[in-house]
Design a protein around this ligand. Structure first.
Ligand SMILES: *[C@@H]1O[C@H](CO)[C@@H](O)[C@H](O)[C@H]1NC(C)=O
Ligand SMILES: *[C@@H]1O[C@H](CO)[C@@H](O)[C@H](O)[C@H]1NC(C)=O
Length: 440
C-alpha cells in the first residue's frame, strides 16, 4: 500500500527528494503501526477540561484540540468479534497526537440498541460504552459524547416520537414533536439521567464524575423546521441544558449545532450558503448564547449545503464560515467555538483525494492561527476516521488516515504545532517528542 503510494507520488513529480524523504518517514511510522510504543498508562491522572472565557484549559494551560469523529465505537464493543477495532482506532488516534474523539452515546431502538424502549437499557451495550470510556482513558484521550440524533440513524428523534405514538401518549406524528411533546421530553430526560449517572462497571466511576469525558453534546445536528422562528429549539436547549447541569456541573456542555445563522441574523445573507439555511429552526448565535451552554459547535459541509460544485468556491466558503463563527465566539458569545465535524465528500463529480488535503489544511490552519492568537476557534474534528475492514460503516466521508501519507502528515503536523504553542498533555508528552522529532 505504501509502496504504491510512493510510486504514484514520485511519478511525474518534479520535487522528488522532499517527497521521497517524507514518504519514507511516513512509511516508517506506518510500518511501526501497532507496535510503536506509546507511553500511555491507564493510571495517568486526568483532570477535567475547564473553560476560561473563549479558551479551554486543562491543568491551567490552554487546550486547543486536534480531534476526530468515530461515531461507531460503542456499537463495535458489543460483539467480541469487532471489539478490537476500538483500541485499534484509539491507538491510531493517540499515535497521531489527537486528543479528543467525538462519538455516539446513544443507540435508540434497532440493532444493538442501548435504549431498547423508553427507560429500558441493554446492559451488554452499556458495558460496551463503559469499555469505550475506559479504553479512551488508557490512551490519554478524551471524549465528546453525543446524547441523541436529530437524524434517523441509530434511532434519533424519529424513534422517540414513534415510542410515544406506540404507547398512546404521543401528541403528534411530527418528528419535531421530539422538541415539545411533554411525554417525549420526559423520555429524553430519563435517558440523559441514566447515562450521566451510570457507574462504569470497569472503573467504578460515574460518567458524570469522569474527566475522560471532555463534554456532553445534547443532540447531533438539531433542526426543527416546523418552527423556523427558532423558538421551539431554543426552549428545548434551555430546558435540557439546565437539566444536564442540575445533574452534572463538572462537564462542559454543547448543543451539537451545524452553525447556521437564523432568521433574525444579518449573517444569514452574507455567511449562510443559501437562503433555506436560515429556515431550519436553528439559530447559531441565539442557541449558543444560553448560559448553560459552555461552548459553541459548528459543522462544515459545503458539499451538502450548496449547489455550487466548484472546489475553489468551497475552499473560500470554509474560510469565511469558520472566521465568521470564530469572530462570533470572541465578540458575541465569549465562548470557545468547536468545529465538531468537517468533511469533503467522495461523491463530488470532480473528486480527487488531493482535494481533501487542501480542504483539511485550510481548516487546520485556521485553528492553528486561532490558537496562536488565543482566539475562540478552539478545535476541529474530522468526519470520520475508521480502521480497515469497516466498509459497511462507510459514508462518502470515510478516511483510514494511515492509508494516505499526505493526510496522515497533515494531522500529525497539526498535533505537533499545537503542542509547540500550548505544550502537550502529560499522557502524550513522550510520544509527541518522538512523533514531532520524526516530522522534521
Ligand atoms: C482567564 O483569562 C484571563 C484573561 O482572559 C486571565 O487574566 C486569567 O488569568 C485566566 N484565568 C485562569 C485561571 O487561567
Ligand atoms: C420522520 O422522519 C423519518 C425519517 O427521516 C421519515 O421517514 C418520516 O416520514 C418522518 N415523519 C413525519 C411524520 O414526517
Amino acid at each position: 500500500m505504501i509502496k504504491s503510494h510512493m510510486n504514484g507520488m514520485a511519478g511525474g513529480n518534479g520535487v522528488l527528494y522532499p517527497i521521497i524523504g517524507f514518504s519514507l518517514c511516513v512509511a516508517f511510522i506506518y510500518m511501526s503501526f501497532g507496535d510503536l510504543w506509546v507511553d500511555i498508562r491507564g493510571e495517568t491522572k486526568l483532570s477535567f477540561v475547564e473553560r476560561n472565557g473563549t479558551q479551554f484549559m486543562v491543568d491551567g494551560k490552554p487546550f486547543n484540540i486536534n480531534g476526530w469523529n468515530s461515531y461507531w465505537l460503542m456499537d463495535h464493543g458489543v460483539d467480541e468479534s469487532s471489539r478490537s477495532r476500538i483500541s485499534a482506532m484509539l491507538q491510531a488516534g493517540a499515535k497521531m497526537g489527537l486528543t479528543v474523539c467525538r462519538t455516539w452515546a446513544f443507540n435508540d431502538g434497532g440493532y444493538n440498541a442501548l435504549q431498547i424502549s423508553p427507560g429500558r437499557f441493554d446492559e451488554r451495550v452499556f458495558r460496551s460504552l463503559d469499555h469505550v470510556i475506559a479504553e479512551v482513558r488508557k490512551h490519554g484521550i478524551r471524549l465528546i459524547l453525543s446524547l441523541v440524533n436529530n437524524l434517523q440513524a441509530y434511532g434519533g428523534k424519529t424513534q422517540y416520537v414513534q415510542w410515544a405514538w406506540e404507547e398512546g401518549v404521543g401528541l403528534s406524528a411530527s418528528n419535531d414533536s421530539f422538541f415539545y411533546d411533554p411525554s417525549i421530553l420526559r423520555y429524553f430526560k430519563s435517558y440523559v439521567k441514566t447515562v450521566l449517572t451510570r457507574k462504569n462497571t470497569l472503573s467504578g466511576i460515574e460518567y458524570r464524575d469522569d474527566p475522560t469525558i471532555f463534554a456532553w453534546e445534547l443532540i447531533n445536528e438539531p433542526r426543527c423546521m416546523t418552527d423556523a422562528s427558532g423558538d421551539t429549539l431554543q426552549d428545548w436547549i434551555e430546558e435540557m441544558s439546565n437539566f444536564v447541569k442540575a445533574i452534572d456541573r463538572k462537564h462542559l456542555l454543547t448543543v451539537g449545532l451545524e452553525g447556521f445563522y437564523g432568521p433574525k441574523s444579518p449573517k444569514k445573507l452574507t455567511v449562510n450558503t443559501e437562503f433555506w439555511a436560515a429556515d431550519l429552526g436553528s439559530d447559531f448565535i441565539h442557541n449558543s448564547k444560553i448560559s448553560t451552554i459552555d461552548f459553541a459547535s459548528v459543522h462544515i459541509y459545503p458539499d451538502h449545503w450548496s449547489h455550487t460544485p466548484d472546489f475553489e468556491y468551497k475552499l473560500k466558503f470554509i474560510s469565511k464560515w469558520m472566521l465568521s463563527h470564530i469572530e462570533d465566539g470572541d465578540k458575541e458569545l465569549k465562548k470557545p467555538v468547536m468545529f465538531t465535524e468537517f468533511g469533503l465528500s467522495t461523491e463530488n463529480k470532480d473528486f480527487d483525494p488531493s482535494q481533501r488535503d487542501r480542504f483539511y489544511k485550510v481548516i487546520l490552519d485556521i485553528i492553528y492561527k486561532s490558537a496562536k492568537k488565543q482566539k475562540s476557534g478552539a478545535g476541529a474534528f474530522v468526519w470520520q476516521f475508521l480502521v480497515e475492514g469497516m466498509e459497511k460503516y462507510n459514508d462518502d466521508f470515510l478516511i483510514v488516515p494511515w492509508e494516505r501519507p499526505s493526510t496522515y502528515r497533515l494531522f500529525t503536523e497539526q498535533s505537533c504545532r499545537l503542542a509547540r504553542i500550548q505544550g502537550s498533555l502529560p499522557s502524550q508528552k513522550e510520544h509527541l517528542k518522538r512523533l514531532c522529532w520524526q516530522r522534521r
